[in-house]
Design a protein around this ligand. Sequence first.
Ligand code: 1BN
Ligand code: ZN
Length: 361
Amino acid sequence: MNKKMFVVFFLVLSLFLFESTPQVGRNEVNTSIHNTTTKITYFNATRAFNLIKAQVEFGPRIPGSNAIENVRNLVVNTLSSSESWMIEFQNFSKLWVGNLNISLVNIICTPVSINLSQPYFLLLAHYDSRIIADMDPDPVLATQPVLGANDGASGVAVGLELGIVLREYHNISNFRIVLFDAEDQGGTGWDWIIGSSYFVSSGKLNLTDVSFAILFDMVGGKNAQFKREGHSYQHSKSLVNEIWDTAEHLGYNEYFIKEDLGKITDDHLPFIDEGVIAVDIIDDFRSNYKAWHTSSDTLDQISINTLEATGRTVETVLLNFESSNTPEITFTTSNSTTSINLIFVIIPLFLLTFIRFRRIK
Ligand code: 1BN
Ligand code: ZN
């Protein structure tokens, strides 16, 4: 009698354990959240190229110049013609050599439909260009300003185009585009990353609301080589891996190379210092981008293919990030078959066992 009871109980328990164990083939949707999935992307590299061209045509965008003021107007015109954006200018100033006071402005672009009770991500770039082309082999040209088609204009163009596409094609609003002044004047009497350092220390944004930040710097050069920047890889490894894996999945591995780049003092660093996940996508300017800080950083250096590789990779990363947060997909990760079996199979079997056990007694 005891034997019979034991057999029935054992059968029920085995069935319960079998049903509760996650099985291959059941959680395919769950798997696709964590792996890279290919989504339809809309990033328009030609539109990004035209935004670079417009900036370069203003001339060098040195802090405090008319040309850099023109970029601010370009940003306003570009976003107001496409969707509903709130554009804020964060004004501050800094003394230049000879006690000259220079007005500086960070630009913060926010979709009006942002939900500020939810976390949001940041798309970052600097919009100034360097006052001297001090890496130019020609000593005369080395005293002239840099046009910054790649170093300055490309990051702005990719950030704006991505913002437009996220809003218009994907209905994503939980992000801001922040464009920094005075990133690129280091070693000229000023330091590097003045705008982003001011922005972070000003407390303009509550950084605990920021899920992560992606910085675009020199993202349009022909045959660009984006390697894993040191600060990013040390502090934001999972996002770096997500971006570089996504690029590989999309066939952009000749641009996104899984090799290490040294640590670079760039606009992501003040964010990392405050504990924000932040990644710098930057061409290897030491060994690859020969026009870096020279008079040759001009429009002819820019490649539509590189812009497309950068834009579509990050667009895909952001879409995967967004879809992994949607309740529908979170719901499909739970194994609903187990709960159904629990109600209709396992509990009745337990009851039957119990009744049999009492009869036997
Ligand atoms: C990025 C673009 N940077 C300058 N132009 C950052 C940088 C700072 C690179 C210091 C090398 C040294
Ligand atoms: Zn630079």
